[in-house]
Design a protein. Structure first.
Length: 586
């Protein structure tokens, strides 16, 4: 959920470890295996994100509520993110605070510092765990030539815990807290506490004690004004197995969306898969119009857990009204095939699925129904729908779904209903007047077409004069086949392919042993230059698990195989005895 990505930029203040510098250079040169991260930089991005923890304390003030803290064990730092709702209203987004642009919440110059975890504490502060090791890395990711110079156990007798305290004037650390001897009434009252540790601990103790005297007190808590306390009270009642249906229905009517969402979660827990009372079904159907996207998302998940005949109306309405929200659609489509078949057959739903706005939902539904179709008439039903909706995305969904159940479109389409659709897609793929996005989509759908219909279009799209994206899409479609002529076709068109298409072709040619053999033969014959093979691929080919292919690779790629390091060292050894000449240097 980080807006700056998984390998987000970070600002360490410690020096790069020499061994990391060497390993990065070797990886770039292809001397050793391993991903070249950060565009070849040694550091400056997350390499070992650890212990992400949501701060739920009360010591730092409202600006830090629900912030997350993450260590980077390789970078000696603590990174903070502010969590907010995403534009879709369902998912969350983490973003670096405006006042921490260009530096981190905390960092150390000591390369042994290894921030690996955090904990919300009774004093309202965040505690930080520093494992403190000279090296923290998976041993397999360190080349043996480097590992022999490192002590991977160095620092195993060390480690530190930090308490991050506020510098706010007037703040005093909370006195010792001990809830073990608190009464049940005191524990219920603690559910209203401002510090998350207190609430969590009280909730745990209430569950462990299973004291039914807490029930009326928890019910009373539900009449208060604290949203957080109400959430805890609902879960505590569920943990005591004393959450009745009236209480859940009342929570579904709460003004705060968080409580309505939690009530939907608890409703499904309380009644997993069983039939619903009429009043419950009516209340759930009414929630389809809830203004909160998160409530609608959870509604989709909850409805999927109830009998199809009782949830089909609400699921169909939810999909029609929220078709543009990816998360809500995914929640509704998480229902069983039985549910989705009922939705698919719903009168109002068929018109929607046939419309332009419903095409995305139709594609996802067709994919699930095709994968789950266990009877010929059900397979025929989805094929007929796709035949009536000549759409590349929907056709690909049908092909993917059938593939998951071990079938091809040719096996499913016994009446040839999709022949015209494939012809239309083949024409679209060849049409230079269409944009690259449309042509690439058509090519992707042709992966499921009979070869007689697909091959002319694929051959045309691999020829010279085609755009990079169209060529690459044609290569990717070809690569999905298992026939031996795939390698022949790619090699024949090599001279016409752009750089991206060639990269995709090499990936396809090295994916199967029969293609590797054809690739090496073409290099030997001079059809593809050995220099076109990346250093990493050269290493993979010469070290192939098949001894015969490895031998062929060593012969075909002899001119580009990097020399052994011992050989390079010997070559440059005389330089150590040479004397410097300042005048020549100048």
């Amino acid at each position: 959920i980080a807006v700056d990505g998984g390998a987000a930029e970070v600002f360490r203040i410690s020096p790069d470890e020499p061994w990391r510098i060497i390993r990065t250079r070797w990886r770039i040169a292809g001397v050793v295996k391993g991903a070249v991260e950060g565009g070849g930089r040694v550091s400056g991005y997350f390499t070992g994100a650890t212990g992400t923890t949501v701060y739920r304390g009360d010591a730092y003030g409202p600006d830090f509520a629900n912030n997350t803290f993450t260590g980077d064990a390789g970078g000696q730092l603590v990174h903070r993110k502010i969590i907010r709702s995403a534009e879709d209203g369902v998912s969350l987004v983490g973003e670096r605070p405006a006042d921490e642009r260009g530096f981190e919440f905390a960092a150390s110059k000591d390369t042994w510092v290894r921030v690996v975890n955090f904990a919300n504490a009774p004093d309202g502060c965040l505690h930080l765990c520093d494992m403190y090791r000279e090296v923290i890395e998976h041993p397999w990711s360190i080349p043996d030539e480097i590992k022999q110079h490192l002590d991977l156990n160095s620092g195993s007798d060390r480690g530190r815990i930090y308490r991050l305290v506020p510098k706010r004037e007037g703040w005093q650390r909370r006195a010792k807290v001990d809830l073990a001897d608190a009464t049940t009434a005191e524990l219920v009252e603690t559910l209203t506490h401002t510090n998350g540790w207190h609430r969590d601990t009280a909730a745990r103790l209430l569950y462990e004690r299973q004291d039914r005297e807490a029930v009326p007190l928890l019910v009373e808590l539900l009449t208060g004004n604290s949203t957080v306390a109400k959430l805890h009270a609902l879960s505590a009642l569920e943990g005591l197995r004393m959450l009745d249906l009236d209480t859940v229905l009342a929570a579904l009517g709460e003004a705060d969306a968080h409580i309505r969402e939690q009530a939907l979660v608890l409703l499904r827990k309380r009644n997993p898969g069983g039939p619903l009372e009429a009043r419950v079904a009516e209340r759930l159907t009414a929630l389809v119009d809830d203004p909160s996207p998160r409530v609608c998302f959870q509604l989709g998940l909850t409805l999927a857990g109830f009998p199809a005949e009782q949830s089909v109306e609400a699921l169909a309405t939810l999909l029609r009204e929220e078709w543009g929200n990816t998360w809500i659609v995914a929640a509704a489509l998480s229902a069983s095939p039985e549910h989705l078949r009922a939705v698919f057959s719903h009168d109002e739903m068929r018109g929607f699925l046939n419309s332009s706005v419903g095409a995305g939902v139709a594609a996802q539904m067709i994919g699930v129904l095709a994968a789950a179709a266990d009877q010929p008439e059900r397979i025929q039903q989805v094929v007929e729908f796709v035949a009536g909706n000549p759409n590349a995305v929907i056709l690909r969904a049908l092909g993917d779904g059938l593939r998951r159940r071990g079938m091809t479109i040719a096996q499913a389409d016994t009446k040839g209903l999709l022949a015209d659709t494939f012809s239309m897609l083949a024409d679209a793929a060849r049409d230079p007047a269409l944009n690259d996005h449309t042509r690439a989509g058509a090519l992707a759908a042709l992966a499921f077409a009979p070869t007689t219909q697909a091959d002319p279009a694929l051959q045309a799209c691999l020829s010279s004069g085609q755009t990079e994206r169209v060529q690459t899409a044609a290569v990717l479609t070809l690569a999905q086949r298992t026939a031996p002529d795939v390698a022949t076709t790619l090699i024949e068109h090599w001279a016409h392919l752009g750089s991206q298409a060639r990269e995709a072709a090499l990936t396809a040619l090295t994916a199967r042993d029969d293609r590797v053999r054809a690739l090496l033969a073409s290099i030997t014959a001079g059809k593809i230059p050995a220099t076109a093979i990346s250093a990493a691929n050269v290493q993979n080919l010469v070290q192939h698990k098949d001894a015969k292919l490895s031998a062929l690779a060593k012969k075909a790629l002899a001119g580009v195989i990097p020399p052994a390091r011992a050989e390079v060292t010997a070559k440059f050894q005389p330089a150590l005895a040479a004397k410097g000449d300042a005048a020549s240097g100048q």
